[in-house]
Structures are given as structure tokens and as C-alpha cells.
Design a protein around this ligand. Sequence first.
Ligand code: ADP
Ligand code: MG
Length: 468
Amino acid sequence: MQASFEALQLSPALTAVVHDLGYTQPTPIQIEAIPALLAGRNIIGQSQTGSGKTAAFALPILQGIEVDRRQLQALVICPTRELTAQVGREMRKLGRDHSGLQVLELVGGQPSRPQRDTLERGAHVAIGTPGRLLDHLERGFMKPDSIKTVVLDEADRMLDMGFGDDVRKIIRYLPQNRQTALFSATFPSTIEAMSKEIQQEALRITIETADEDLADIRQLKLCFGTDDKLLTLCWALQSHPHGSALVFCNQKSTVREITKAMSRGAISVDRFDGDLDQFDRDQVLARFRNHSVRILIATDVAGRGLDVEGLDLVINFDLPEQPEVYVHRIGRTGRAGANGVAISMIQNETDRHIEAIEEFTGQPIEILDHSASKSLKLDHLLKQLAEGPKMETILISGGRKDKVRKGDILGALTGEAGGLSGKDIGKIEIQDKLSYVAVSQRVISDAVSCLNAGRIKGKRFRATHVGR
Ligand code: ADP
Ligand code: MG
């Protein structure tokens, strides 16, 4: 089912306006926030920039405005003049069928007098920056008693800009039984503290944004039925040539089992799950990024913030419970216009999780025919998967803080002292206090000894071969 404005309890008049404006569907934050605000709740609405937060509060405000009462009924506090103007524009646009509606912008850097006159004539909605709003309140030009709703827009920015105290003072002028809504792109602890101060029983709405674009990803589902699941996984890996592949499982125990079973071959595989300590996590990810590990078996702890060049295959050994997680997982592939493949293993075609995912993304997932796997043996597949050149990783005990740069490491390995060929050196990653360099498997011990024997930037560092 597709979301519609009709389902949000907006008046027919407002629903008609949004359709006229070409808003065919409400955005996720609008779907959650509009009914809550219409029901009178206090909310914290968090979603990324550009996700339609303005209409999420402007529509409920407009619905509650009694135009015949020439009194101030809603107040929107914005961090800057530009944002005030933007919110004003959107509010007027959405309120164009409320004839007689007065929306007033109250910002600093402009004469106060005309603002005061308009306030006296009676505006319904005031939008403004904290300093000027407070000024009008303190001088008694703005009458806050009939305000029903107050919105802090871009609350995180407002606090960053040091407007916290002004905002608190403004709030103290407002009626106790008001509705308070806080909108923000992020949710730092300062926002949480502010919410506790000015809101009661606030409903927190967080929209996890699937910022990943799935357009370049070929999505497949593989029904393994009664076939051996591990063998089917290996077949899927083998029949989809990849630079790097990420295999997601829901449980740590599954991650361990698969990694162990696949490690029997000479496959470049490792695991990543919540049981690893921070150091090991960093190391595994560095090895995955530099292609010393070609297949990473992981739980969702690896899903976030993992940006691996050449990651072109993601396999869901288990499907996640939530469709959002699916999008996060497969969004790791097909970065920067490269094509990726995402394969989801399901026991049968009517799996309710896959149906929920298709509904969520609005994209059908093709069936992957795996009849070719049926005659194959696991050992044979493991052997095939182990073919091809291999890289290994060396950890060097110096990094950016020691002024170590990529060129220094490359020089140490390929220069007169090192004597290795450049084509045996892979990715070099410099971190604050350590560095990783990938080298071909066949030169690994030479590379380690030469790094330990030589100097980088005139200093000695320890080099160790890291891996399973
Ligand atoms: P945010 O405050 O979350 O950064 P905005 O409220 O500024 O986002 O909205 C971004 C843009 O999206 C605006 O141009 C707005 O007019 C438009 N917009 C808002 N809601 C919808 C919708 N349901 N459908 C299409 N466009 C929308
Ligand atoms: Mg906004």
C-alpha cells in the first residue's frame, strides 16, 4: 500500500492544496508527524535535511488555525533569517486556501516598527529568529496568550548557534497548555536536554533514512528450499565474480560457523561481528578494504559506515527483520555508479520478509535460478573460490602522528632497500598511530623483514603480518 495524504486526517481543503502543489505522497516524517501533531501530541521529529519537515508541522498548524480569530495561534522559531523566509514561503503556499491568513516573519536586521504594527493588526502565525521574537515578547508587542502550538525548527542548529537561552526565555512567555514540537536533522544530547525542559511526554519520531540509492544494484532472491545452505552460498559467491563480497547473517554464531567452514579452503575469508574488540574490528575492516580479505562474513555491526571500493556483491545469508536494514546492507554495494549485485537467500518464495522488503523499496526482486549448483560439491566450490591472486596485510606501528605518508611506505618497500616491485604493493592506509599496507601473498615475508630492518622517515617501526 502506498502512503497517501488522504490517510493523514488532513482536511479535504489542505489535501487538495498539497496535491495541487504536486506533492503526490507524504514523506516518511510527514506520515509520522502529521497525525501525531493533529492529535495534539508534543513531538521531536528527526529526519534528514530535505525530507519535508516544514510541511510536517505547517500542515497541522494550518489545520488548527481559526482565521476568524485575529490572534496569534502558532509560533515557529528558526535559527536564521533565510530559514525563516523559507518556512514563511512554505506556510503561505500551503495556506493559500485559508483566505485572510496572516503569516508574519519576525527577524533581526530589519526595522522593528513595521513588525510591531502587523503584530498589532493581528497575525495568525509568527515565524522568526530567537532574538527578535524575544524582543517583541519582552516589549509586549507580541501577545503570546492565544498561542496553541510552538515549533522549534532546526533545533540542533539553533542550539549550536547559541540560541538556547533565548529559546528558553521565549518558551517561558507561552501558555502552559501549549503544544510543543521540535524538529531537527540530528539528535545530540543537547536536544534531548532541551526537550526535557520544554516538552512533556514528547513522542520521538526518528526517520532512518535510506540515503543509499538502490538504482545501480541488481537485486536477486535465491530460494534454497531443502538444499544445503552453505553450499548454495558458496555457489552464489562463485557464480558472481566479485572484487569483494559481504555476507550478512543475523546471528554471531552463524557468522562463526560459516567463516569456519569456508576457512577450510584457502579462501580469503574472515568474520566481523560484535565479539571482536575494537582493535580487531579495525584490522579486519582494513584488510577488507585493501582486499586481503575478499569475503567478509558479518552481522549488522559491519553495515554502517562501511565504504569499500570494489564491494560489488552483498549476500543476505539471513534476511533482516526490518526492510530498512536490508536497504542499509545492500546499499554498501554499487557505490559511485559501479554496479552491484545483492542476493538474498530465502527458504521459500513466499517468505514474508522478502515481501515486506519488496513493498518497502517498491522494487520487485528477481529470482536467481540456482539449479546449476545442485550437482556441485562443497570442496570443489571452495577450491574455485580460493583461486586468483591473494593479498596479505602488514600492520606498521607508525601513522599520521609520526608523519608517515603513503609515499614513505611505498618507498621503503620498493626502493633500494626493499627491492619489491610496485605491482606487489596494494592499498596503503595511514591512520593516526598506525598504518596498513597490502602486499602480494608471495612477497609477504620479504616485505615484513624489509620494513622491520629499514627505517621510515628516519625512524624504526614495527611491522607485523596480520591476518587469521
Ligand atoms: P527539511 O525541512 O526536512 O529540510 P523541507 O521542508 O525544506 O525539508 O522540504 C524540502 C523540499 O521538499 C521543499 O521544496 C518542499 O516543498 C518539498 N516537499 C515537502 N513535502 C513534499 C512531498 N510530500 N512531496 C514532494 N515534495 C515535498
Ligand atoms: Mg527544514
